[in-house]
Ligand binder design. Structure first.
Ligand code: AMP
Length: 186
């Protein structure tokens, strides 16, 4: 069995293997029992980062969404690159208290705690199609909160893209019928 046979993802085994080759498992971070998937090596490798972004752009094309929403903080890195590559704008979905103007706010449970996300009330033009981006999909709580915020702010979520999905936590089911594109599923 080759390395590419062992990994799976929605853009095929080669891209999945590429992502897998640049993820570090950090046990017991940020608390005991959690294996943190650290994607900093992927971001730091210019060749791999570009291949990964190209894989995401190839999947979605440029016609299926109008703007990219990135979830703080690692989602910003991916969202900005997709936005630049496709000529779209980028909207930050931020942690509580960071945005300067009027916001919508959504609280949710994380794999390792609780959090609140916010988006500016005027972040989207009514009906704008929004691609929501983050680094890791775990339980889907974060993506679900982002979905809620985008729709309250007048956008329509066209789909979700993540570099990596923890399939055993079933986040994807929670977001159905919206589609999730994960480059690597473990
Ligand atoms: P969840 O809301 O459970 O889907 O968690 C996803 C969010 O928390 C994303 O913003 C991830 O960056 C972060 N996250 C959750 N679990 C992990 C993990 N095991 N490794 C890295 N990031 C994680």
């Amino acid at each position: 069995m080759t390395q590419t046979d062992e990994v799976r993802g929605d853009s095929g085994p080669e891209v999945a293997a590429l992502v897998a080759s640049r993820v570090l498992d950090v046990p017991d971070f940020p608390k005991p029992g959690i294996v943190f998937k650290d994607l900093m090596p992927l971001f730091a490798d210019g060749t791999v980062f570009r291949q990964v972004i190209d894989g995401i752009v190839a999947h979605h094309g440029t016609g299926s969404f109008d703007v990219v929403a990135g979830v703080e903080a690692r989602g910003f890195v991916v969202a900005a690159a997709i936005a630049y590559a496709t000529g779209k704008g980028v909207v930050p979905v931020r942690k509580a208290g960071k945005l300067p103007r009027k916001t919508y706010s959504a609280s949710y449970a994380l794999e390792y705690g609780e959090a609140t996300l916010e988006v500016h009330e005027d972040a989207f033009v009514a009906g704008e199609r929004v691609l929501v981006v983050d680094d890791v999909l775990a339980t889907g709580g974060t993506a679900g909160a982002a979905l809620d915020l985008v729709e309250r702010a007048g956008g329509t979520v066209s789909g979700f893209t993540v570099l990596m999905e923890l399939g055993f936590l079933d986040g994807r089911k929670r977001l159905a019928p919206r589609t999730v594109h994960a480059l690597l599923t473990v």
